[in-house]
Design a protein around this ligand. Structure first.
Ligand code: ADQ
Length: 458
């Protein structure tokens, strides 16, 4: 049975090197990191927006291995502005992360979103062969399930929502709340990361559309839609193996030497949901409150810029730069810079070396669907401490982390102190429990569980 994966972003981007030769470079981001291995294993088609190199309509991937076909849709600049930067990232993203002060609900955005979703749905219908499973991903493509359902009533369609599903009180602020829900309900199976989001989704269906819930199922007149809480996993074994290679161990040793003190680590897409400013403020406050820590602990913050066409992201980048400058200016000494701030995307090897070298990992989003960084760190680290926001979906299954409320400034400062002074035995014990769970529920288990639910759905 073939698999058709549909997502906004492509798993690999075309890059022209200096010599003019074309290379396909793996994209940074949770979703693509998660799905490439699934298609590698099963084979099939991936449909996504083709960013750059417009004349290339389709390509076999991964480079050199050719396990599946990528079909690339070309969007005009104006479509991209309104569908992606507009409706997806100025309406649905802030809405779902409870940032109502940042939403922009414009009719222009909505019309582009409908148009682009229709084009994605048409591409699915073209690629479809009877018996295929269709798996649509994320908030950019909510209308695709119902559009495909209209053309292919018998198709088996799954939809996975990777970000938080908000309370109905918040969701109802969207002028197109009904249309978004009806779009998703074209699927047979809807997946979210945690039970809380499944509950919110079902209550939105009841309150906004008047559809009854029965256990995990939403009842529509002619059919039922199954809503599953399935937290995504990571390729735990691959991360562990990588962390044991001589290159990574050497790189980790060099990092520790270069930083020169024990260090706290943050790794995020540069996004206002990730709580980077609050984290920096807490670290600054920690240095102010405990002068003996000055010169003895460092924060390494890696933040890859994203969605820079949206003002809020550009403003955030400037705010972060100012705050880093202020902390370094206030506390820095010859030979010690309190905050190392890096805005590059890292390759896997480098990223794993950072995880391995860090003493404390700070994952403190104000709201996050799940958060893969928390899982990657716990898989790799041998004696580090994970500080994790209770508002990340991952907190529901990572109880052995130090759970914090990122809005609680003093609580965050205290957690930094507690993490830095945690006895080795306790650190190891907490990590062991986390690792055992990561191995049991890894990425393959997640994808199989979702596809199994889809195959079994009648
Ligand atoms: P994201 O918001 O992108 O994902 P996250 O889950 O943390 O957030 O995934 C980020 C991924 O990018 C991780 O795999 C990480 O290793 C990688 N990454 C981050 N910074 C990097 C850097 N500088 N260089 C290289 N790689 C970097 C969305 C949702 C999440 C959800 C995922 C998956 O917002 O809540 O967990 O999808 O469903």
């Amino acid at each position: 049975m073939g698999l058709i994966v549909v997502s906004n972003r492509e798993p690999y981007s075309p890059v022209r090197e200096g010599d003019g030769e074309l290379h396909w470079k793996a994209a940074v981001g949770g979703l693509t990191a998660a799905l490439d291995p699934v298609l590698r294993e099963r084979g099939g088609t991936w449909i996504a927006w083709g960013d750059g190199e417009r004349e290339i309509r389709s390509v076999e991937l991964p480079p050199g291995e050719e396990r599946y076909r990528l079909e690339r849709l070309h969007l005009r600049e104006s479509e991209l502005q309104d569908y992606y930067y507009g409706f997806s990232n100025r309406a649905l993203w802030p809405l779902s992360h409870y940032f109502l002060n940042r939403v922009r609900y414009l009719g222009r955005y909505w019309r582009a979103y409908q148009r682009v979703n229709r084009r994605f749905a048409e591409a699915v219908v073209r690629a479809y062969r009877p018996g295929d499973l269709i798996w649509v991903h994320d908030y950019q493509l909510c209308l695709v399930p119902s559009l495909v359902r209209e053309a292919l009533p018998e198709a088996r369609i799954g939809f996975f929502w990777h970000i938080p599903w908000p309370s109905s009180e918040v969701f109802r602020t969207l002028p197109w709340d009904r249309e978004i829900l009806e779009g998703i309900l074209g699927a047979n199976v809807v997946g979210v990361h945690v039970l809380e989001y499944a509950r919110h989704f079902r209550s939105c269906c009841r309150i906004v559309l008047g559809y009854d819930n029965d256990g995990r199922v939403v009842r529509i007149s002619q059919r039922e839609v199954q809503v599953e809480a399935l937290p995504i996993g990571i390729e735990a074994q691959t991360f562990v193996e990588l962390s044991q290679t001589p290159e990574v161990r050497r790189a980790a040793g060099e990092l520790r030497q270069q930083v020169g003190t024990p260090f706290l680590l943050g790794v995020d897409r540069l996004d206002y949901t990730k709580g980077i400013l609050e984290r920096l403020e807490a670290f600054g406050e920690y240095l102010g409150r405990y002068p003996e820590a000055q010169g003895r602990v460092t924060l390494v913050q890696i933040a890859v810029p994203s969605r820079e066409q949206v003002d809020a992201y550009r403003q955030l980048r400037e705010q972060i730069e100012r705050l880093v400058g202020r902390i370094n200016g206030t506390y820095g000494q010859a030979g010690w810079t309190p905050v190392h701030y890096i805005t590059r995307g890292l390759d896997r090897l480098e990223l794993v070396a950072y995880y391995l070298a860090a003493d404390v990992m700070l994952v403190t989003p104000l709201r996050d669907g799940l958060n893969l960084v928390a899982k990657e760190f716990a898989a790799v680290s041998e004696q580090g401490v994970l500080i994790l926001s209770e508002f990340a979906g991952a907190a529901a299954e990572m109880h052995e982390a130090l759970l914090v409320n990122p809005y609680d400034h003093d609580g965050l400062v205290r957690a930094i102190g507690q993490a830095l002074s945690m006895p080795l035995a306790e650190r190891r014990q907490r990590l062991e429990c986390l690792k055992a769970r990561l191995r049991r529920f890894d990425l393959t288990t997640w994808a199989k569980a979702f596809l199994h639910a889809l195959e079994e759905n009648r």
